[in-house]
Design a binder for this molecule. Structure first.
Ligand SMILES: [Zn+2]
Length: 473
């Protein structure tokens, strides 16, 4: 067909040339030529606006060519069964968008099926059940956990020993712990947990030598720890009123090598502590390793008391930090990004259900706000895999608690309530247990990760939020 058309066009041209030649041979005067003036160059620059609409709706204009600075208002209208979610090419989420043309511009209205709405409403399906007794991932939190929101009063008891008398002053010890622990809570909890520290301002001398408490990592047990904490509480109770206290924390003289670590104690109806009419189900004491960890040690242990599991690998094989890398102080306390994972914050009540996007079906496009930003926007996207396992997506940036983070981007991890504390109950994806950094796994704009039947793409990165799409394959 194309060939035929060419042939016809050639024939026509040839005919016209012949006609023109024969006309020139006549002596009739040439027809007067009407000259069309050249169009004047416009005084103002013009730009084009291209407006398109994704599946599921229409836009009020297709755009066109306009003078520089022209303002055009575009309205996006969803079709039945769809909702408008935003514009490709603009940060606005309003369905009425006013564009000021200062360059060639193209915008596309994005609509999503109502499964998007259903996903947002299916939050309970994204809460995995807690599986084991004791601390671990899942809802609800362990029965005997310390509350994690509201106003809590932590009473600090300082203890030393005849064979290991304290050399640091109480003020030095308070400076080591309080400021950093306190600012972590106010920042990481978005002000939802307010901890007041109340210290007993003296070193209390324990009755036995430090080694007699069996508080070394390799020999200690829950019972030894219970006895140690009980003695410290009973000494302090002689001169302190615990009736308004929510937790007692024992700070061991940090020179004491016989007490090399500072574990968490989580009791029950039979194993708990009593003072001034108050029952304490949980407590913690520090050890020699406080010298390594500093004040965030307390936030790690209190994280356990509030129900959070350990994220490092108890076996150390092939590495200690191959699950969570540098993220969350429930893994490596001295990591570059010690702020908790969004899922941990959700369990603690620091994130509301309204800040979780539960993406179950179809396609979702979600603007997720950095985990540390104080706004109330969506902070994590949860993708259910099974009753006990979910994928989680969040945005990490180098602000506040995570200020030492060297890269920014989208982090994807899985939480599994059937895996115990210290055995990989949270793992940053893609899995590589020899990688103890994980910062290189932060996804950037344009990156796609396909995992567990979901395809996750980073559409846009900005200071305020990152826009991602999730497609259930
Ligand atoms: Zn721990």
């Amino acid at each position: 067909m194309k060939k035929l058309l060419y042939t016809f066009a050639l024939t026509l041209t040839a005919f016209l040339i012949i006609y023109s030649c024969s006309a020139e041979e006549d002596n009739t005067p040439p027809p007067s030529i009407i000259q069309t003036p050249e169009p004047e160059t416009p005084a103002t620059t013009q730009y084009t606006l291209e407006v398109t609409s994704g599946e599921g709706g229409t836009v009020s204009t297709e755009g066109g060519t306009y003078d520089e600075g022209t303002q055009i208002t575009i309205t996006a209208t969803p079709a039945e069964g769809y909702e408008f979610v935003g514009w490709e090419g603009s940060n606005s989420n309003s369905n009425s968008l006013t564009v000021t043309l200062n360059g060639n511009t193209s915008v596309q209205a994005i609509f999503l099926p109502e499964t998007f709405l259903e996903n947002r409403e299916s939050i309970e399906l994204c809460k995995i059940d807690r599986f084991h007794g004791g601390i671990g991932f899942g809802f609800p939190k362990y029965l005997y956990s310390l509350p994690s929101t509201g106003n809590l009063k932590f009473t600090i008891i300082f203890v030393d020993f005849d064979d290991s008398p304290a050399t640091a002053t109480i003020d030095e010890m308070k400076q080591l712990i309080e400021p950093i622990s306190k600012s972590f809570y106010s920042s990481s909890s978005y002000g939802k947990l307010n901890v007041q520290f109340d210290a007993i301002n003296k070193w209390m001398r324990m009755t036995k030598n430090s080694g007699e408490y069996n508080m070394r990592r390799d020999v200690s047990s829950g019972e030894f720890h219970y006895n140690y904490l009980s003695e410290a509480l009973n000494l302090a109770d002689l001169e302190y009123d615990f009736s308004n206290s929510d937790l007692f924390v024992v700070i061991t003289n940090p020179d004491t090598e016989n007490i090399d670590y500072g574990p968490a104690y989580i009791g029950n109806d039979y194993w708990n502590f009593q003072a001034d009419g108050k029952t304490f189900y949980t407590s913690t004491s520090s050890g020699y390793d406080l010298n390594i960890w500093g004040g965030l040690w307390l936030n790690h242990e209190v994280g356990h008391l509030m129900g959070l599991p350990d994220l490092y690998n108890y076996s150390g094989l092939p590495t200690w930090h191959g699950y969570a890398g540098q993220f969350s102080l429930m893994g490596l306390i001295s990591g570059k990004a010690p702020d908790l994972f969004g899922y941990e914050k959700w369990m603690l009540g620091w994130l509301d259900d309204a800040q979780i996007f539960c993406a179950q079906n179809g396609t979702s496009i979600v603007d997720i706000h950095p985990i540390e930003s104080t706004d109330t926007g969506t902070k994590i996207v949860v993708l259910p895999i099974s009753d006990n396992k979910s994928l989680v997506i969040e945005s990490r940036k180098s602000i506040l608690v995570d200020e030492n983070l060297t890269e920014e981007g989208i982090l994807i991890y899985q939480v599994d309530s059937s895996i115990r504390s210290g055995e990989g109950c949270l793992e940053v994806l893609p899995s590589n247990r020899r990688n103890e950094g994980k910062i290189d796994l932060l996804l950037k704009e344009g990156d796609i990760l396909s995992i567990n039947g979901y395809s996750i793409e980073v559409l846009l990165q900005s200071d305020l939020f990152d826009r991602i799409s999730i497609v259930k394959e």
